[in-house]
Design a binder for this molecule. Sequence first.
Ligand code: UDP
Length: 251
Amino acid sequence: MTEGTERPPRYRRILLKMSGEALMGDGDFGHDPSTLRRLADEVRSVHAQGVEQCMVIGGGNIIRGGQAAAQGIEQVTGDYMGMLATVINALAVQSMLEQSGLQTRVLSAIPMAAVCEPYIRRRALRHMEKGRIVICAAGTGNPFFTTDTAAALRAAELGCDALLKATKVDGVYAADPLKHPTAQRFDRLSYHDVLARDLKVMDASAISLARESAIPILVFSFQRPGALLQVLRGEAPHTIITEEAQMPEEA
Ligand code: UDP
C-alpha cells in the first residue's frame, strides 16, 4: 500500500503480551539486544499512530516456577522467582523503549519501591492517557498463575480493546506447526473452541478472563518485522479469538 493510504489501527488501547522466551532471540537464556531493539521499533510505530499501549512480559527466559520446583525449590518460592524474573525483563524492555524515544513506566504487582512504581490501576490508566507505555511487571503478584493470565487480567481492568499475543508462528494451529508442518491453521476461533479443543494458545484462565470481558485475542508472529502495526491494521496474518467465531471443520 502506498504512503497515506494505510488503514488506521483497529484498536484504541492494546495490551501486548511478550513471553520471556521471545526476548532471547535465537539464544537460550537472557536477552537478545537486537530482539529488544526490534520490540522497541514495533511499539514506537504503533505509538506513532496514537494507540495507547501496555505490555505484560513473561519470565521464561530466566526462570519459571516449574523449573525451580524441578530443582527441589518449593513451588510457591519458584513462582515468586519467576515473577521477579519478569521484573528484570520489564526493566530491560523499558531501557530499550526509552532509548528509542518512548516514555515508559514499569508498574510491578510486587511493590519494589527502589526500582519501579507499584501497580495501581488508576495510575496505569493515567500514564497511558499521557502517551506513556505501561509495562506491567511481576505477573498477577500471586503464585500459581502465569503471565498469560496476568495479561488477560490487566487487559480487562485497563479497558484494553485487544490483547495481542506475540509468538513464533503466525497464528493458532491445531498442532505445533514447527513439529507438524501440515497442521491446520485458523484465521478465527471462538474462546469456546480454544478451551474445548485445548488449543495451546494461552492457559484456560487467561482465555476465560478475556472471554468474560469480551476482549479479542490476536495471535501473531513476532518474527515478521513490522508485524505489530500490520496486525492492528488487519494487514498481517494472525488468528483472532472472539466469542462468535465459527470453528472451521476439522481437516
Ligand atoms: N508467575 C506467577 N504468577 C504470575 C505470573 C507468573 O507465579 O501471576 C511465575 C510462574 O512461576 C511462571 C513464571 O512466573 O512460570 C514466569 O512467567 P511465565 O511462565 O508466564 O513466562 P513466559 O512463559 O511468558 O515467559
